[in-house]
Design a protein around this ligand. Structure first.
Ligand SMILES: Cc1cc2nc3c(=O)[nH]c(=O)nc-3n(C[C@H](O)[C@H](O)[C@H](O)COP(=O)(O)OP(=O)(O)OC[C@H]3O[C@@H](n4cnc5c(N)ncnc54)[C@H](O)[C@@H]3O)c2cc1C
Length: 388
């Protein structure tokens, strides 16, 4: 079996296939010693930890041990606290925690190690250039002219997926106006996740602080008139950052990245021959708020491996299993995308009435706690809607 892309989702797909005893070659464009920039996906849901544990014993526990849990959540509106909650620390004797937070590169390092132990053959420096699917299998070409054959390909090659393009599938959806700047800071003083709506020291921009093992992310939402080239330039970040988090020597800034709020889904997660299965960002793009990208990618990966393994050697049953995979995971992506849309409408209210509703909730929160809870939860989309 061939998996394309050694991001978190491709590594998970390779492990899930090995859990079904399927031999796997993993083709990755980058060299083995690549440096992935930015902390990116930090938040690994408890369901994802359980999924990883189910495909590779001890993997969920290892991620949990390497990550951190914040047990304080606070929300402020224009500098005034409207929600604060402290949760009891997680007792490891009770099993896997409800989530863990660590850099995506660290998650990938742990997944890669598990893949190597499970016998996945990883080929670095092997960018896939072409895929031809037919009724009996798939042929994959890499840039060095080598061809690889297999019964199926799992396309986990990210947002600009070559695999997706070869299937003829296209991404449909929308990109919101504006952008977010994420600054990674080494060493987290507090294990608190803090959301500031319309932060007075950020010129009224909203700011989210998220801790991870070894540091924290400062996520600043742009306002009208901001341009990434100016606002996210390193010298500009060094100018506005201290007002948000106090004096910060530039050595503590480990990365600055910009992202846009995207809601894009491939129109098909498989090819006409049911030999190619798209997973993760090759199949869908969601904004980071809500942590749906990598987490739902893990679920895609597990479902793809099951579909491939279920009907192995039985072409009709197998094609049906792949069709079910594509239908079910596309439906899950639509649920996640809709939830991300609700989060977006909350973060960037589309009307004056919606903005006033947020302000009214903030004023009422000290006397009616559920308004504070709403302000706390709404930036991530409808509660509990992360379709795994
Ligand atoms: C600031 C930020 C914060 C985020 N926070 C979260 C979060 O808290 N939780 C969450 O779930 N998600 C989060 N996300 C999203 C998450 O980072 C992505 O969903 C995740 O990286 C997708 O993983 P992937 O394996 O699908 O793709 P990628 O990570 O993009 O991996 C694709 C791999 O394929 C390789 N590749 C590409 N083309 C080829 C080719 N032709 N041949 C071979 N290999 C190829 C690439 O080199 C790469 O290794 C965040 C994203 C950002 C930007």
């Amino acid at each position: 079996m061939i998996v394309v892309g050694a991001g978190p989702v491709g590594l998970c797909a390779a492990l899930a296939l090995r859990a079904h005893r399927v031999p796997v070659v993993l083709l990755e464009a980058d060299p083995a010693d690549r440096q992935r920039t930015g902390s990116r996906a930090l938040y690994v849901h408890g369901k994802s930890l359980a999924l990883l544990e189910s495909i590779s014993r001890g993997l969920g526990a290892e991620l949990a041990a390497r990550g951190v849990l914040w047990n304080v959540r606070r929300t402020l509106y224009r500098g005034r606290q409207v929600y604060a909650r402290e949760f009891p620390p997680h007792d490891p004797a009770r099993g896997l925690p409800p989530f863990t937070s660590l850099r995506q590169s660290e998650t990938e390092r742990i997944l890669l190690h598990a893949c190597e132990s499970a016998g996945v053959e990883v080929r670095w420096n092997h960018p896939v250039t072409e895929i031809v699917a037919h009724s009996a299998g798939v042929t994959v070409a890499t840039a060095d002219g080598t061809t690889w054959s297999g019964s199926h390909v799992v396309g986990a090659d990210g947002a600009r997926s070559t695999v997706r393009k070869c299937t003829g599938s296209t991404l449909d959806g929308s990109a919101a106006e504006g952008f977010h700047v994420v600054v990674d800071i080494a060493d987290a003083p507090d294990l608190e996740r803090v959301m500031h709506y319309e932060h007075p020291a950020a010129g009224g921009r909203s700011v989210l602080l998220v801790p991870y093992a070894g540091g924290f992310q400062v996520d600043v939402q742009s306002r009208a008139g901001d341009a990434p080239e100016g606002f996210a330039a390193p010298e500009e970040v060094c100018r506005w950052l201290p007002a948000l988090i106090g004096p910060t020597p530039s050595e503590r800034i480990t990365a600055i990245s910009v992202y846009r709020f995207l809601q894009l889904i491939a129109d098909d997660f498989t090819d006409p021959h049911h030999r190619v299965l798209l997973v993760g960002e090759a199949a869908h793009l969601f904004p980071p708020f809500g942590a749906r990208g990598m987490n739902s990618g893990f679920a895609d990966a597990q479902a793809a491996a099951e579909a491939i393994a279920v009907g192995r050697g039985a072409p009709v049953a197998n094609a049906e299993a792949v069709t079910r995979f594509a239908t079910a995971r596309r439906a899950a992506a639509q649920v996640n995308s809709a939830a991300a849309g609700a989060a977006l409408r909350h973060l960037r209210p589309p009307s004056t009435a919606a903005r006033l509703r947020r302000g009214a909730a903030a004023r009422l929160a000290p006397v009616v706690p559920r308004f504070g809870e709403w302000l706390e939860h709404a930036p991530y989309g409808p509660r509990a809607v992360v379709r795994h």
